[in-house]
Design a binder for this molecule. Structure first.
Ligand SMILES: N[C@@H](CCC(=O)N[C@@H](CS)C(=O)NCC(=O)O)C(=O)O
Length: 251
């Protein structure tokens, strides 16, 4: 049994982190039995140190960064953090299950990850206030403080600024329209077939799918925001998310 560590957002299916989504997708694609253990957002570092989970990154000043996702695999007694390392581990440790990272794609995936993270991040200011509204009070405070330092204004100021909202929505649509062009040939034909690498779902799809899962979870699929987003680029993103959904069960 694998334990998957995530933080609760308080939104309907709790999971918003795109990095955790990729690992969850990989576990579901592989059919590996797992359960999620929820660690409050401000508690991640403390709990992970107690559990012996390594940091996912060492910052340039030497500070270790503790992040979800992390897993504990009881069958091998292994603790790992960092989404790519976890999926690599799953591919190596469970070779009888569908391989998720196609051979030779590390650099291409790193490029896609950077490019799509930049795209997704255009939606962050539009989604974060809803997360702040749903998290438990202590976690919400931390999430709000981070949001305010990123947008350089108070949450209330941000909420009142309609001109800024319009500008952000326009910027996000433009960014997704650029991403939409990756999926087409120069004469406008569709390159997706049906997955990014062809016939089988792979880590590249998880990069895109996890970003979409983040937007779906933060906005809510019944929301006006999701409806607006879903209509962009002839429904490309909504369609991609629908394809990922069979792998999106939260255990
Ligand atoms: N490189 C890491 C990044 C993971 C990451 O940034 N996780 C965020 C949640 S989306 C986190 O745990 N943040 C905790 C914090 O900032 O305190 C991975 O791919 O797993």
């Amino acid at each position: 049994m694998i334990t998957l560590y995530d933080f609760p957002s308080g939104l309907p299916n709790n999971c918003i982190s795109p990095y955790v989504w990729r690992v969850r997708f990989a576990l579901n694609i592989k059919g590996i039995k797992h359960q999620t253990v929820w660690v409050e957002f401000p508690e991640i570092e403390k709990r992970f140190k107690e559990l012996g989970i390594p940091p996912s990154e060492i910052l340039p000043d030497g500070t270790p960064r503790y992040t979800v996702p992390a897993i504990h695999d009881a069958s091998t007694n292994t603790l790992i953090s960092d989404s790519i390392k976890i999926v690599e581990y799953l591919d190596q440790t469970y070779p009888e299950t569908p391989r998720v990272i196609a051979p030779g794609t590390a650099i291409l995936n790193a490029t896609l990850e950077w490019a799509f993270r930049t795209t997704i991040f255009t939606m962050y200011p539009l989604l974060a206030p809803n997360v702040v509204a749903h998290m438990n009070p202590v976690a919400s405070q931390k999430y709000q403080a981070r949001f305010e330092s990123r947008v350089n204004m108070s949450l209330q100021e941000f909420k009142n600024d309609e001109t800024l909202h319009e500008k952000l929505w326009k910027g996000a649509e433009d960014a997704f329209t650029v991403a939409n062009s990756w999926f087409k040939t120069s004469d406008g034909k569709e390159s997706l077939g049906p997955w990014i690498m062809g016939g089988d779902v792979s880590f590249s799809d998880l990069i895109i799918g996890s970003g979409l899962a983040y937007i779906a979870a933060c906005s809510g699929e019944e929301s006006e925001e999701w409806r607006k987003f879903g209509n962009w680029n002839n429904g490309r993103w909504k369609g991609f998310w629908e394809k990922m959904k069979p792998y999106a069960q939260v255990h």
